[in-house]
Unconditional design. Structure first.
Length: 566
């Protein structure tokens, strides 16, 4: 088969002159825009078989996530010790190999990906779910087997900067990097991914895994609801990717896409396109990660097109104090929501769909540039509605457990001596108001800064609490802002757009997800979010951490700063 891109809009894109596309008889054939490099041949991991009816042809319509009938692939679930997302409990010393690896993501057409491989006693876990207890020690050696500099960052895990995966520590092909730290975090759903500068392409190619920390509160919950990781406690990594017809991943943002974010048009959950999951009539815990480089999801469960409520129990850095019953939640890149889905009222054969509902993506910068629509190469626009996962009830069982009213305790944060630091998010185009996009024009800035890997934007004191007042400019787009080394406590949201304000749960304009400990916070155009950060640190010496936008195309284009703690 010719290696055209799976597309229903090929002609349109070709006509608009996107880089790399050639129009041949009205059909665009994409040239690979990925550097081919010197990738060595790799093994293939076979995912569970897919229904043969979807095998040929590889056309976008059979993967289109707007069509619920396409959801016919069994979801990949983490299994103990091996396979894709294989669970490794209390890994005290592991070698993490970064390597090219072929995975059959699309039926009958293996895709070359890059993965983390941990092989122990002959069993190989790909992008393993690393499960650690709070207070446990963790040692690992990263061994780089790909032809780019890389380094692992433990997203949301509080470590000193030498263990944090700062981009200046990235190592070349053939080199190693050693990690050695104690996991001080509370229980929660964290994750790990590459953090060289730039990083987006490596994440996109497949490098991402979960790091789950367990503490006493988590153990209580697991016990009272009789949950089991990989069976009834299920990590879900949602990612959007673009494929060509030969099964190759396509990554290569054009100028517009590096300014706005690169959107995929196949929605993968645990690297499964259009997945379904068979369940019993009981309570499930889903740990949902947005592992996409740029796409924001407005998540909801639907049963017969009616919203089916769920219980939000945790966010980025662990459990909330108490659950809140919701019927939708926004999830920006790198954010996590931990939810309970109570399926006990359902009957065998019932289906519940996890969807992303339509929303206003608020790309206000387009108006500024005098453009009504910026054309990228994705079939799925940001804010369009589509399905993510189909949940089908297989067995009727009885479960008597109650969802606990109390989940955990958050330490109060003392603001009496806190100083406030303004943080502004803007674009270098700010005052230009033209469509000119010079090399310096299409960049997002933090307090006017673009990333300087060796410098730092500010220095702060290691014994203080600070309030960061993060303001996104009006002519902007939503930015998921992420801090390394510490966590956020959200104090207040001001001037939120209506679709956000309508979800607020208190007088401070906070959202249900703002009531937990966060490491990534979505700031909408025109919005100000005030967060408190306790900069007291247990690590000796000066620390240099990054603060950046987790729209990874923005981050790659400099929407990142270093800050120093001394
Ligand atoms: Cu998940 Cu600095 O990144
Ligand atoms: Cu991080
Ligand atoms: Cu951004």
């Amino acid at each position: 088969m010719a290696s055209g891109k799976i597309s229903r809009r090929n002609f349109l894109i070709a006509a608009s002159g996107a880089a790399g596309a050639l129009a041949i008889g009205g059909v665009a054939y994409y040239l690979s825009r990925m550097p081919t490099g010197v990738e060595s041949p790799s093994q293939t991991t076979t995912l569970p078989p897919v229904a043969t009816s979807t095998r040929t042809p590889l056309s976008y319509s059979s993967f289109d996530p707007r069509q619920p009938s396409n959801f016919s692939n069994p979801l990949v679930l983490p299994a103990p010790s091996e396979g894709v997302f294989g669970i490794i409990e209390s890994p005290s010393m592991v070698t993490i190999n970064v390597k090219p690896h072929r995975i059959e993501i699309l039926p009958g057409m293996p895709t070359e990906t890059w993965v983390y491989d941990v092989t122990r006693s002959g069993r190989s876990a790909i992008n393993p779910v690393l499960k650690l207890k709070s207070g446990e020690k963790f040692r690992a050696t990263l061994s780089n087997g790909v032809p780019q500099k890389t380094i692992v960052h433990w997203h949301g895990v509080i470590v000193d900067w030498k263990n944090d995966g700062h981009p200046s520590y990235a190592v070349d092909l053939g080199q190693n990097y050693d990690y050695d730290f104690t996991v001080y975090n509370r229980g929660g759903t964290y994750w790990y991914h590459p953090h060289p500068y730039p990083a987006a392409e490596q994440v996109y190619k497949g490098l991402a895994g979960f790091l789950i920390v367990e503490d006493a509160d988590d153990e209580n919950l697991t016990r009272s609801l009789d949950l089991e990781l990989g069976k009834t406690d299920i990590p879900l990594a949602i990612q959007d990717k673009r494929f060509r017809q030969d099964g190759a991943l396509e990554y290569g943002p054009n100028q517009n896409e590096s300014f706005m974010g690169f959107l995929g048009d196949l929605i993968l959950v645990n690297l499964t396109p259009n997945p379904y999951l068979e369940v019993d009539t009981r309570i499930y815990r889903f740990r949902i990660l947005n592992g996409s480089t740029a796409r924001i999801y407005r998540l909801a469960f639907l049963k017969n097109s009616e919203k089916f409520p769920f219980h939000l129990i945790g966010v980025d850095a662990g459990l909330l104090e108490s659950p809140s019953k919701l019927d939708e939640v926004f999830l920006a890149p790198a954010e996590r929501v931990d939810i309970l889905l109570d399926l006990r009222t359902l009957s065998t054969g019932d289906a519940v769909l996890l969807k992303s509902l339509e929303f206003d993506p608020m790309h206000m910068e387009e108006a500024m540039m005098g453009m009504t629509q910026m054309q990228g190469g994705s079939e799925l626009e940001e804010g369009e509605g589509f399905h993510i996962l189909k949940i089908i009830v297989k067995n009727k069982v009885t479960q008597d457990a109650q969802i606990p009213e109390r989940l955990s305790t958050l330490e109060p944060i003392d603001l009496s001596e806190a100083s406030e630091r303004p943080i502004t998010l803007s674009t270098a185009m700010g005052s230009m108001g033209t469509m000119t996009m010079g090399p310096q024009m299409n960049q997002w800035l933090i307090n006017g800064n673009s990333f300087d890997i060796n410098g730092f934007a500010f220095e702060l004191s290691r014994d203080r609490v600070e309030v960061w007042k993060i303001t996104n400019s009006q002519q902007s787009m939503p930015h998921p802002m992420h801090i390394h080394g510490y966590h956020f406590r959200v104090l207040e949201r001001l001037d939120s757009p209506p679709q956000v304000e309508s979800l607020a749960v208190d007088n401070s304009g906070r959202l249900p997800t703002d009531l937990g400990l966060k490491d990534t916070i979505l700031v909408w155009p025109g919005e100000t979010v005030r967060v408190a950060i306790d900069f007291r640190t247990r690590f000796a010496g000066e620390q240099m951490y990054t603060f950046h936008c987790h729209n990874l195309e923005h981050e790659d284009n400099g929407m990142m700063i270093n800050y120093k703690v001394s």
